[in-house]
Each structure stands twice: as structure tokens, then as C-alpha cells.
Ligand binder design. Structure first.
Ligand code: FUL
Length: 471
């Protein structure tokens, strides 16, 4: 039984007053981005062949020569891994372009690969489209190769490169601007024309979401470990800050600003290996499915998105060790979250307000506008049809209405006896709480502190394999 709440007029007035206090809401493109949840990052380029992490830009273009490049293999593995898209390093700090750009002489065109006729962006954008994956592009503003770097002319170069990418390989779902900014080949640092860069993307590809340290659409989470803050706010104040060295403190990026004015949610980037690029000597250091599951709980489970780097090797293929880990990770997520113990027909919820009795909340996609949610609950009970062991509860806020809950408690009951309590801070798009398993018949969620009214759109309970949870 699904429901949609019709609020009495007095409540509607209150909602209007509260919504002032709740701050901004996500754009349509940001809402859709939130729902992608988890996707892959691929660092690929000259560094794949030299063993470096930061190429100097002096590497011969011929170094780039994958023997068996197959972007369909990347996509197949991404699909099997349950990832929703792929973001590729079209140009890393070394300046080498994975597409035959007309604005550089350090590209696939100058390499021996496919006699200079190869184009990784073409192959990947096509393969992503064919397999229904979102296609994203990382392009480093810092360029250690380009002769114009450090002069005004380089801003034209960067704008032209973005135009090539957006117009020839689009739709580009997410564009990634790295904050690293060092010196170019002439020893100079670049003064970036960020406003112009942003206007270019908005003009040529308005549906693209832009990532950087401080957005405008998505922010860096402040670390490269894949861990979002607790609490994690989708708000950030960017006034007075810059990308790179002028960015807010990493701790601020990690948590967001509770009272921040802009909706700029966090993305957690982390590599499946120690390095961002493929290095043979790291083949045995691929993160295990359990480690990836832990990261999932600390990123997606705190309302952020997970961008997991899986770098293709010198062949241009994803190494078997990485794909095995990815598929194992998918299995752990499926096993953990396939059986919502509240989904039983006899389960029902009872809310503190008179007119909200016996309604049921279900976890639903926020893609469509008719999202179901309950407003201003303050507290509610979820009952299980029989005593069950539970060690994981998932809550969701209807973030199209904003983000509001600041602290909550969950009381666990077996019959009338309270057998435990779990505390939480923010909820956001998804909050996954884990705790030592308890046999329970019901739990009551108290939304103790909220910024304006609370809007809860989902609740679920699970029994996750204890081995997967940190002690
Ligand atoms: C950093 C870069 O310097 C690393 O090489 C990598 O690309 C990482 C995702 O971002 O700023």
C-alpha cells in the first residue's frame, strides 16, 4: 500500500515557513546524479606505460600503445559490477589527450597506436551508449606539456578542448575538473578563467554536471579514501573560495556546511588499487570485496556518491584481479540488501500524527517527480511481522525537498522491551546504519533535530553478514 500525504492547510503554511529555513534544493540534473550512486573512474594514459602517477609531459607520445584496447570489456565489467557509468581521464596532468585534439600536438594522433588513427573517447563514449552506461570525462586543467600553459592563450586552449569533447563525444554526463595546479613546461603557473570554463559547459552541454573541489554541481569529499563525513551535508558555501589551493579546508569539504547556501553534494573518489594508474606491481594489492563494501557504507551509506577508480592495464583491458573484486563487491551488496525485512505484507508503520496512521513507506527511486514521502513525522514506528535478527537500518530523506534531519535515534524493541539504541546524525539521500545484530519486533525512529520539517521517503531493515561489518 503506497501513499501520498495530503497535508492539512495549516501544515502547508508551516511547510512554507520551514522551507525558507531548509536551504536550497538540488537541480534536476543533481537529483538524477544522486540516483547514480556508484560508478567507475578510469585513469588511463602515458602513466599506464611508464609506471608514473604524475607524468611530466615530456613522455614520447609513442609510449601510449595499448595492445588490446577494448572499451566494451570495460563496459561489460562496469555493468556486471552494478556501476552506473564511467568517467575517463581524457587528459591528465601530463597533457596527453586520449582523443585527437586539434589544440595539442601531444595526443593519440601523434602515437603509434592504431597508426595515429585511434580515439579512446570515441570508443568509450560509443561503448557506454551501447551498454546504457553514463559517460563522464575528467580533464585536468593543469597541463605539464602544453607550450601555452601559463599564458592567457591556454585558457582558449582549454575552452576549445572542452568544446571538442562536449560536442563530438556527448552527451557528457559528468565533467571532472581536477584541483591540482602546478607549473607548466615554461615554469609558469596558470591563472584559470573558471567563469569562462563554466559558461562554456553550460552553453554547449547544459545537462552536464560539473565536479570540482567546490562544484558548481558536485564537490570533492576532501580525501581520496572514499569516505564521506558523518554528518554529511549536501550544502556548501563557496563564496571567497577557489578551486585547488584556495579551496575550503578538507574537513569542510568532507562534512559540507550545515547552513551552506548552495546544494553541492559530495562525491567520494577512491582507487581500487594503491595508485590511480595501473601498475603491474600492484596487482596483488587490489582492494577486496569486503573492503569495497566497507567503503560503500562510508560513502553511499552517508548520502554521498562513490566514484571507484579501476585503471585499465597496458593492454587496455581491466585486469582480472580488479574485475573479480568488483563482481564480488556487487554480490555482497546484492546479498546484503535484497531482503528488506520490512517488506512483508503484514508490516506497517504508525506515525505520531493522527492523520498519518497505518501508512507505509517504501524505498523508492527519486527519479520521478511523484516521489512518496511523509512530511513532519518527528517519530514513527516500523514493525516486523515476527521477531527477526536485524543489524542494519536504512533511512532516506526526500532530498528533492532539501536536506533537513540533523540528529536521530532508533530505539530497538523486542516486544515491549527495549533491546538497543542506535544514534545517527544526517540522513540525506541514503543513510545506512549498522550495529551488532539484535532480535527485534519493532523499532521507533525519533527525528530529534531537523532543519525545518523532516521529509522521510524510505525505511528498510536488513540482516547483513556480520563478517562484513567493522567491529
Ligand atoms: C588528483 C590527481 O593529482 C591524481 O593524479 C588523480 O587524478 C586524482 C583523482 O586527483 O588531484
Amino acid at each position: 500500500m503506497k501513499f501520498y500525504l495530503v497535508l492539512p492547510t495549516f501544515l502547508l503554511l508551516a511547510v512554507q515557513a520551514f522551507s525558507q529555513r531548509m536551504g536550497s534544493v538540488p537541480s534536476k540534473a543533481q537529483l538524477a546524479w544522486h540516483e547514480t550512486e556508484y560508478y567507475l573512474f578510469m585513469h588511463f594514459g602515458p602513466n599506464t606505460f611508464t609506471g608514473k602517477e604524475w607524468g611530466e609531459g615530456k613522455e614520447a607520445a609513442d609510449i601510449f600503445n595499448p595492445s588490446e584496447l577494448d572499451c566494451r570489456q570495460w563496459c561489460r565489467i562496469a555493468k556486471q559490477a552494478g556501476a552506473k557509468g564511467i568517467i575517463i581521464t581524457a587528459k591528465h596532468h601530463d597533457g596527453f589527450c586520449l582523443w585527437p585534439s586539434n589544440y595539442s600536438t601531444h595526443t593519440v594522433k601523434q602515437s603509434k597506436w592504431k597508426d595515429g588513427k585511434g580515439d579512446v573517447l570515441r570508443e568509450l563514449s560509443t561503448a557506454c551508449r551501447e551498454s546504457g552506461l553514463k559517460f563522464g570525462v575528467y580533464i585536468s586543467p593543469w597541463d605539464r606539456n602544453h607550450p601555452d600553459y601559463g599564458t592567457d592563450k591556454y585558457n582558449d586552449v582549454f575552452v576549445n578542448m572542452m568544446k571538442e569533447i562536449l560536442l563530438s563525444y556527448g552527451p557528457v554526463w559528468e565533467l571532472w575538473w581536477d584541483g591540482a595546479n602546478g607549473e607548466g613546461p615554461n615554469g609558469k603557473k596558470q591563472v584559470y578563467d573558471w567563469r569562462r570554463f563554466e559558461n562554456t559547459v553550460r552553453q554547449y552541454s547544459p545537462q552536464t554536471v560539473i565536479f570540482s573541489d567546490i562544484g558548481p554541481d558536485i564537490r570533492w569529499v576532501g580525501n581520496e579514501k572514499g569516505i564521506a563525513g558523518d554528518p554529511n551535508w549536501n550544502f556548501l558555501d563557496t563564496a571567497g573560495y577557489k578551486r585547488g589551493e584556495g579551496a575550503p579546508a578538507t574537513d569542510t569539504l568532507n562534512h559540507g556546511n550545515y547552513a551552506g547556501r548552495q546544494w553541492i553534494p559530495a562525491e567520494c573518489d577512491v582507487s581500487i588499487r594503491p595508485g590511480w594508474f595501473y601498475h603491474k606491481n600492484e596487482n596483488e594489492k587490489v582492494k577486496s570485496p569486503q573492503e569495497l563494501f566497507q567503503l560503500y557504507l562510508k560513502s553511499v551509506g552517508r548520502g554521498a556518491n562513490l566514484l571507484l577508480n579501476v585503471p585499465p592495464d597496458e593492454r587496455g583491458l581491466i585486469h582480472a584481479n580488479d574485475s573479480v573484486a568488483l563482481v564480488g563487491f556487487k554480490k555482497l551488496r546484492d546479498n546484503s540488501f535484497e531482503n528488506n525485512l520490512l517488506k512483508d505484507g503484514t508490516t506497517y508503520y504508525e506515525f505520531s500524527q493522527q492523520d498519518l496512521k497505518s501508512s507505509q513507506l517504501t524505498l523508492r527511486s527519486l527519479d520521478d517527480e511523484e516521489t512518496y514521502y511523509a512530511a513532519n513525522l518527528q517519530n514513527f514506528v516500523a514493525r516486523l511481522s515476527q521477531p527477526q535478527l536485524v543489524n542494519c537500518i536504512v533511512l532516506r530523506e526526500a532530498i528533492h525537498k532539501g536536506q533537513s534531519v540533523r540528529s536521530f535515534r532508533i530505539m530497538l524493541y523486542n516486544g515491549k522491551t527495549q533491546v538497543g539504541m542506535v544514534k545517527g546524525t544526517s540522513i540525506g539521500r541514503k543513510r545506512i546504519l549498522t550495529f551488532p545484530a539484535k532480535k527485534i519486533t519493532s523499532f521507533r525512529v525519533y527525528l530529534d533535530d531537523a532543519k525545518g520539517q523532516d521529509n522521510i521517503s524510505g525505511v528498510a531493515a536488513y540482516l547483513v553478514d556480520e563478517q562484513l561489518l567493522e567491529k
